[in-house]
Design a protein around this ligand. Structure first.
Ligand SMILES: Cc1ncc(COP(=O)(O)O)c(C=O)c1O
Length: 388
């Protein structure tokens, strides 16, 4: 039903004006290399725990800050990983997925006019939420090798409130290492910045040992750690995530989250407890398969005229650079005409121009099919042909 004269809230206008997040989705006849989720089904032991929880009566409102047992188990887990500090269960807020974790965290700390340093390319939700909160994202381009440009971050930091870090990085597949994180911590201390760390893909890292921000003692009193079960346990549809932060910050995060969401689905939180008890064995067992598909992408795109790709060190994304002078959104549209879904690099910030993101978290046959169509598309683009 159309209405005339409706003016959305100012916050909506701010987000709409800049948001690069795609609203539509390609149809089912498209090879889905645009998707941002594991190709696996949620593990059986999580399904069973959900079933049991529902039958055991977890059908009522849960505690607004999260199931106490889940918070306790998470605090224990984080404190095992964490050389930096120690979380009490009440320093944890259970959220409706990673998106609500990021939303509640940023809305809890960003005040009108605050500047937020955002290394790019990166997940575009950070900038959207910062704008929703009335802050200003300050993009800082990563180095050509996709590492953090620490000098540029240092230069952008004076007067900023926070830096929003994605690691491993969606979309580039880069993984920042321990020395980079330590230097980032020094910069944060020097300029009194908070650090929001989104480690949604921490279990999908091909480096020998993933360096978490939890492992950086200098960050302990300024770290807002955001996490989700979505990618590690193939639980994107379940909507379960959390924020862990120093007590004063997590209390503020809890206010935002319960105001928007009340509590998180009670039975889903019990299923999360079962995932946690697995101690990351399930995601570890998927890693060889992800790595094999990553290697397939690298092999299939090697030697394609005009195309280059830094081997992803984490995530299930490849950030493909192409030389043809065609805007990224046009390449996405051309790929769609050839029935392949991709995401435009510019969705992840200006440095993403000349890139497209593809996901290799799809079944092998689909991946092979999508890659051969893309090889032809890139070859045609390099020829200067833009035929459908
Ligand atoms: C880096 C990153 N953080 C957070 C999210 C959101 O996770 P969730 O599906 O749990 O909301 C995504 C989803 O694509 C992501 O890529």
């Amino acid at each position: 039903m159309a209405v005339t004269g409706f003016l959305p809230a100012e916050a909506v206008r701010r987000v709409r004006e800049h948001s690069q997040r795609p609203e539509g989705r390609p149809g089912p006849d498209v090879v889905g290399l645009h998707l941002g989720e594991p190709s696996y089904q949620t593990p059986e032991f999580v399904l069973t725990a959900m079933d049991e929880a529902l039958r055991a009566g977890y059908t009522h409102y849960a505690h607004p800050q999260g199931d106490p047992e889940l918070k306790r188990a998470l605090a224990e887990r984080l404190n095992k990983l964490n050389r930096a500090g120690s979380f009490a269960p009440d320093d944890i807020v259970i959220t409706s997925g990673g998106s609500a974790a990021l939303g509640a965290a940023l809305l809890a700390v960003v005040r009108g006019g605050d500047r937020v340093v955002v290394p790019e390319p990166t997940y575009s939700l950070y900038a959207d939420i910062v704008r929703l909160a009335g802050g200003t994202p300050v993009p800082v381009r990563c180095r050509p090798d996709l590492g953090l440009d620490l000098e540029a971050i240092d230069a952008a930091a004076p007067g900023a409130r926070l830096v929003a870090l994605c690691n491993p990085v969606n979309p580039t597949g880069a993984v920042f290492d321990a020395p980079e994180l330590t230097e980032l911590a020094r910069i944060a201390r020097r300029h009194d910045l908070l650090v929001l760390a989104d480690e949604a893909y921490d279990q999908i890292s091909y480096t020998p040992r993933f360096a978490s921000t939890l492992d950086v003692p200098e960050l302990a009193d300024r770290l807002i750690y955001c996490q989700t079960f979505s990618k590690s346990y193939a639980m994107t549809g379940w909507r379960l995530g959390y924020v862990a932060a120093p007590t004063e910050i997590s209390k503020a995060v809890a206010v935002v989250h319960r105001t928007f969401n009340s509590s998180v689905n009670a039975a889903v939180q019990r299923a999360g407890l079962a995932a946690l008890a697995d101690d990351n064995r399930w995601p570890a067992a998927r890693l060889a398969d992800y790595r094999r598909r990553r290697d397939l992408v690298v092999r299939r795109l090697a030697g394609v005229p005009g195309v280059s790709l830094a081997e992803p060190q984490g995530t299930f994304y490849a950030f493909v650079r192409y030389a043809a002078p065609v805007p990224a959104h046009e390449v996405v549209a051309l790929a769609l005409r050839r029935k392949v879904g991709l995401r435009a690099g510019t969705e992840f910030g200006e440095p993403g121009q000349g890139h497209v993101r593809l996901s290799f978290s799809v079944p092998d046959a689909e991946l092979e099919d999508g890659l051969s169509r893309l090889r032809r598309l890139f070859a045609d683009l390099d020829d200067g042909l833009r035929r459908p």
